[in-house]
Design a protein around this ligand. Structure first.
Ligand code: CU
Length: 565
């Protein structure tokens, strides 16, 4: 008995020291100016990727936390790499610490029954959304309306098959608990997910080395610093949420700092991170804007001249009209990425002895928007001895067979709807009162998202294609995103556009406050995929806005059903 007790005590001390070593500063991040390392990778084998992700937090200021996903080997935010048709099994272990301060926004407490059915939504609840993927909105797959994993729960299992026709490219995962998403994503809760095989859609990619760059935003590391050019800077104004308001100058104090693969590039000095490359080596660069609220407009400057970027995919959708125009590359000087968007492009390479930088240009988010100034992200450092990238695309890929789907641009929609983004102050007489954010189906009463509302805002039918006009009636930009499906941009402020790719997020320009017509985008949504059947959400991907109510639900009925509204 004594030996048994001793063994238990030893075992306990081993477990506790292990627990201590992994909980002590679990979300440690690199210093500014560090080399940008490729995220650790978890790769499927024999058609299956099974992994455990432990979700942790760490307090870094009185009201600020870092969040991280840790793999079993302790790596943060690993990139998940799967092939179409693979089975993905993720065990999500919520280990958020209850000692952390709860967010101010309190959600009504609900009875915990199971992680699949209306568990409580608090600052310690979490779940996963697989952004961009066309898996079904069901529990254990890609549901965010009823799946809430609490710290007391045993590991929660996500289990789904990547659709065999899922387009190859860059996707991502992040938590999606209404009211608390902003805080978690701003704290770093995100990771890349790559569906392999993009070189099958574009033979110009064959054999290229590849690099994944995840750009995140975070609270300012030096919020009280003044810019070097402060003599010319306008006064710093903040919105009612405390973010630095758009100065309209392209410069000044940003609302948030940015990081690249977790290397912070903080205001005011913006010490760039370092990307090591081999001289003149072409590569596929995959860039994700995983920011909670920050727009970026990426550009590579070589000796201060823009380097053309060979875009092959946007939002994990190859630039090829579903295979109608294979091997297409769009050469552009910069790429605008709203929060949650991704771009994959051919990086032409830079020769030695050049000054090359990855930057974001400034984005004018509107008078009520955040300040997103121009700033460097990373110095691109060519050196013959630079490490070989961890991953290369297949050298002799088998080209993808032609798609059996009719290109969305060639289909007439069965219905047109109009939705609009709007904002109002909680107390209209007080300019500093919190903002209420709304997305409303035209004709319905504007109201912020209510997680207890059981009837969907929109009902559609699987098999259909619909056009939605989305207006912005507010003085700041919003980024429309819908789960489960993709769409095509067909009009920008009423003018036709003909994009050879689909998106899952689109920016909607801000209203100037006087024009009789609100700015709008028209998108063609594809409900043909049977995986779209079910109830899921559409929302603004500026997560402060989503948490503040800018979200709605859509129910997609099976094709055989009659009811629509
Ligand atoms: Cu928004």
């Amino acid at each position: 008995m004594i030996i048994w007790r001793l063994a238990v005590a030893v075992l306990f001390s081993i477990i506790s020291s292990y627990a201590f070593s992994i909980t002590d500063q679990p979300c440690t991040r690199p210093a500014s100016g560090s080399i940008v390392e490729e995220p650790a990778t978890l790769r499927s084998r024999n058609g299956v990727l099974e992994a455990e992700l432990t979700y942790r937090n760490q307090k870094i200021a009185s009201d600020e936390e870092q969040y991280c996903y840790q793999s079993q080997s302790g790596d943060q935010s690993p990139t998940l790499r799967v092939k179409p048709g693979d089975l993905l099994i993720l065990h999500l272990r919520n280990r958020l610490s209850p000692e952390q301060k709860q967010a101010n926004r309190s959600m009504p407490k609900m009875t915990i029954s199971s992680p699949c059915a209306d568990a409580s939504m608090t600052a310690l609840s979490t779940n996963l959304h697989f952004h961009g993927m066309t898996v079904t909105p069901e529990c254990h797959k890609d549901d965010v309306l009823h799946t809430f994993v609490q710290p007391i729960d045993k590991p929660y299992e996500y289990r789904f098959r990547v659709p065999s026709d899922e387009s190859a490219g860059l996707y991502w995962y992040h938590p999606h608990v209404h009211g608390f998403t902003n805080r978690q994503v701003l704290g770093g809760a995100s990771g890349a997910l790559i569906v392999e095989g993009i070189e099958r859609a574009n033979k110009q990619l064959a054999g290229l080395p590849e690099r994944t760059l995840v750009i995140r935003d975070q609270e300012l590391l030096n919020p009280d610093a003044t810019a070097a050019s402060a003599a010319f800077a306008p006064p710093v104004l903040r919105d009612s949420e405390g973010d630095v308001l758009n100065t309209g100058t392209g410069g000044g104090k940003p609302a948030k700092d940015l990081s690249i693969n977790f290397v912070p590039v903080p205001y005011p000095d913006y010490t760039p991170a370092k990307i090591q490359v081999r001289p003149s080596e072409r590569a596929l660069w995959r860039v994700l804007n995983a920011s909670a609220i920050t727009y970026i407009d990426i550009q590579i400057l070589v000796d201060n001249q823009p380097l053309p970027l060979g875009v092959v995919s946007l939002d994990s959708s190859p630039i090829n009209e579903n295979g109608l125009t294979p091997n297409r590359v769009l050469w552009v000087n910069h790429v605008f990425l709203p929060p949650s968007s991704r771009v994959e492009f051919i990086f032409k390479g830079v020769s030695e002895n050049t000054n090359a930088r990855l930057i974001t240009r400034s984005v004018d988010t509107g008078p009520a928007g955040e300040n997103d100034p121009a700033r460097p992200l990373a110095a691109i450092v060519p050196a013959a001895g630079a490490p070989v990238t961890a991953s290369h695309l297949v050298k002799s890929p088998e080209p993808l067979p032609p798609s059996r789907e009719v290109w969305l641009g060639n289909i007439q929609p069965s219905k047109t709807r109009k939705l609009y983004f709007s904002e109002k102050l909680e107390s209209p007489s007080r300019a500093d009162s919190p903002t209420i954010f709304m997305i409303t189906v035209d004709g319905q009463t504007p109201a912020p998202f209510d997680p207890h509302e059981t009837s969907p805002s929109i009902t559609a039918r699987q098999g259909d294609v619909e056009d939605w006009v989305i207006e912005n009636r507010s003085r700041e930009m919003h980024a429309f995103h819908i789960h489960q499906i993709r769409f095509m941009l067909t009009q920008w402020n009423g003018a036709p556009v003909d994009e050879p790719f689909l998106r899952d997020t689109i920016n909607v320009p801000y209203w100037d406050g006087k024009s009789p017509n609100y700015p709008s985008v028209t998108i063609r949504l594809d409900f043909r995929n049977p995986n779209a059947v079910g109830t899921f959400v559409y929302h603004c991907h500026l997560l402060e806005h989503e948490d503040g109510g800018m979200m709605g639900t859509i129910q997609v009925l099976p094709q055989s059903s009659n009811a629509t509204k």
